[in-house]
Design a protein around this ligand. Structure first.
Ligand SMILES: [Zn+2]
Length: 364
């Protein structure tokens, strides 16, 4: 296998950094639900504005699990997948942002145009172009970051921040976006429904937004334990007995954050909202799922139902601040590191409820 050295080097702390880029690299292709193939592909030359990364770590989480189990509307098959990553700059296209070869970086997978009507109105997460050039293919040894993402949503990564922790920027940005949608005035009780990775990030970030009492309900034992570590009280195990069997239906919350991604979860979240309360529908459900809230309560009790999808650059900036603050418990959010060849195993474990997120090291 031929190797060549990246065209430029960067001196850092007096040490000359060389990033060697193999002329071919390994990429995981999702062919169909349940089928992944590792392919050897030639190294891409970064085009105008693009940044070629050596992927240091990718993360396999809920979206990847769903794509592997049943397909995903945002992830075409067959094709490369994986969108949570941290890497090292290996080469820069003409006119790319001012990164240096050898520089550690972290980023998210999309970027809005910042010019359309929705972007101008501050709704950059709904920009029709936000997914036009998205990062798909983080489960690989190399990744070419599209020009718009490199320009707006790729950042230097400090040496002390590990690549697997840095790869949490994307899920954190999604959670920050949800938390920013909620009107916190008068919120005294919050329920986080669903204690997978996203519910647990909500648990960790909630104290930065509210002094309200915070409770949780989930099915998986790992999530239940962590939720208690992150100070949710009480935490109901709804794996065997429903919440209705354990808590009178009259017990309601000013804010319910739904992270189950199941239509029953949406329904349950609405039912637990107190009069004047808010329901954040964070977990996406299949497109044809029907949500039927009680129209009486919706109208006369003014329950506000908030959809939450994706993030705007301001959410990414805030998520990055949280990551760089060092205040978050990130180790428990990742259940281990596996080589690229064991990506299907990582996704099967997630599907079986073993763990909440796995790091993938493409060089192992
Ligand atoms: Zn736009």
């Amino acid at each position: 296998m031929g190797r060549r050295t990246a065209p430029r080097t960067a001196a850092k702390h007096g040490i000359l950094v060389l990033v060697t880029v193999p002329s071919v690299h390994t990429v995981a292709y999702l062919l169909a639900p349940g089928r992944i193939e590792l392919r050897r592909l030639p190294t891409a030359q970064p085009a105008e504005g693009q940044v070629l990364l050596r992927v240091d770590r990718a993360l396999a989480g809920g979206t990847d699990r769903k794509a592997f189990a049943r397909g995903h509307p945002m992830i075409p098959m067959p094709g490369p997948f994986g969108h949570r990553y941290a890497g090292t700059v290996a080469a820069l296209g003409p006119g790319a942002p001012a990164f240096e070869v050898g520089q550690p970086v972290m980023g998210v997978h999309s970027a809005p145009c910042l010019a359309c009507d929705l972007c101008r109105k501050g709704r950059q997460h709904m920009c029709p172009d936000v997914m036009k050039e998205k990062v798909l293919g983080a489960f690989a040894q190399q990744l070419c970051v599209p020009a718009a993402v490199a320009r707006h949503n790729l950042f230097p990564r400090p040496d002390w921040l590990s690549p697997e922790h840095a790869a949490l920027l994307e899920p954190l940005a999604c959670v920050v976006h949800g938390l920013e949608l909620i009107d916190w005035a008068g919120v005294e009780r919050v329920l986080v429904l669903g204690l997978g990775a996203m519910g647990l990030f909500f648990a960790q970030l909630l104290p930065h937004y509210t002094t309200a009492e915070r409770a949780g309900a989930g099915r998986r034992s790992a999530g239940l334990e962590l939720a208690r570590c992150f100070d949710l009280r009480p935490v109901w195990d709804i794996g065997e007995r429903s919440l209705a069997e354990q808590l009178p239906t009259s017990e309601r919350f000013d804010c319910v954050i739904e992270c189950t991604g199941r239509i029953e979860g949406w329904q349950q979240a609405f039912e637990r909202a107190a009069p004047g309360g808010q329901v954040l529908l964070f977990g996406g459900v299949p497109r044809d799922a029907v949500f039927a809230p009680d129209t009486y309560r919706l109208h006369y009790e003014e329950i506000r139902v908030l959809g939450s999808f994706h993030f705007a650059p301001r959410d990414v900036a805030k998520a990055r601040e949280f990551l760089l603050s060092g205040d978050l418990e990130l180790d428990p959010m990742i259940n281990g590191c596996l080589p690229l060849s064991q990506l299907p195993e990582a996704l099967r474990r997630l599907e079986a409820g073993e763990g909440i997120q796995y790091a993938i090291d493409p060089w192992m």
